[in-house]
Each structure stands twice: as C-alpha cells, then as structure tokens.
Write a protein that binds this ligand. Sequence first.
Ligand code: HEC
Length: 174
Amino acid sequence: MRTPLIAVTAVALAGLAVAQEDDVFAFIPDGGRTILERLHHQGIPGELAAAMASQQATVEEWKAQLSGAGLDQWDAATLAEYLEAYAPLDPGGDLPQDGRDLALANCQFCHIITVTVTQDRTREAWLGTLNSPSHVEIDLDQTERELLADYLVLNAGIPIDQIPPELRAGGASY
Ligand code: HEC
C-alpha cells in the first residue's frame, strides 16, 4: 500500500508549494473578490446582500451601502469598485477575478509584479499604461482594465521597503 501514501504526500507538497508561492505576494493588498468572500463568511447584513444581488450602482453609492458592514475604509473602497464593475452578483457564488487577481495573472510575464505595484498613478495614467504599445495586447476586456486601474489607484504605490527582497532585485527584465 505504498502508492496511496506517496500520492497523499505529493498532494501535501503541491499544497505547500502553492502556499509558499502565495506568501511572496502577501504584501499586495486584498482585492474586492477576497474582501467580499471574507464578508460573506462573516455574514452579510440582509439589506446589503439583497442590494448586491439586485443592484447596479456607482462606487459612491456602494461605499454608502458598505458603511455599516464593518470594513475599514480601504477595503470598503476596494470592494465598492469591484461591486461597481460586477454587481448585481451572488456574493456566495463563483466570483469574477478582482484587480489583485488580474495583476497577478497578467502583469508578471514580461517584468516582475514590482514594476506595477510600486507605481502611484491616477486612473487615467493606469489606463494609458494599459493601452500603451507594450500592454495593449494583454488579454483584458474593458471592464477588467477599468477594474484593474481602479484597484491600482488605491492599492499600488507600495513603498519599496515593503516589497519582499526577492521581488526587488533588477526590477524588470525588459
Ligand atoms: C507582453 C509583455 C508585458 C506584460 C504582460 C506586461 N507588461 Fe508592463 N511593461 C512591458 C514593457 C516592454 C515595459 C517597458 C516599456 C514600456 O514602458 O512600455 C513595461 C513597463 C511597465 C511599467 C513601467 C513603465 C510605464 O509604462 O509606466 C508599468 C507600470 C507596467 N509595465 C505595468 C504593467 C501592468 C499593470 C501589467 C499587467 C496588466 C503589465 N505591465 C504587463 C511589457 C509588459
């Protein structure tokens, strides 16, 4: 009966590798998907849950709706932008990728993530970067581009001393 043990060990090691890989990026703030999942597990107040499931609203309107949900201002702002992009949605369902997910999935092929998350830019400047010749071909639709820009306005501009050393060296390979 060796095989099952080896299989279990392999699964455990794969899980560990994933956990370690994730940790390197732990300094990058949560995006709306993660914040919403956390809120869902804590229990979303009925009125707010109903609004998420039925309404389309602006960032400001979502911020007002989220004010009693027990989130800090930063998380509330990040989640409000996510909801502006994707509500109505089922908060307990399979949620679309947030700005952090999009950055990790799309912004590491040609240079390390540090190039992105250390920049402090306006929404227009981020959309300009995403439409520049080096970036226009990246497979992101308009909703994703705007959500990513909104996420980065709030959550990028991370000081270099908060970046793990292995993500600092060289900065970029381009
Ligand atoms: C296909 C390769 C490629 C991918 C994928 C890529 N970049 Fe870049 N990026 C480049 C190149 C090449 C440069 C340097 C030349 C330039 O600035 O356009 C660069 C530079 C940058 C810079 C610094 C210079 C500037 O234009 O401000 C930022 C910020 C940046 N990228 C953000 C991003 C973000 C955000 C993503 C994910 C959506 C991303 N990159 C994904 C190729 C890429």
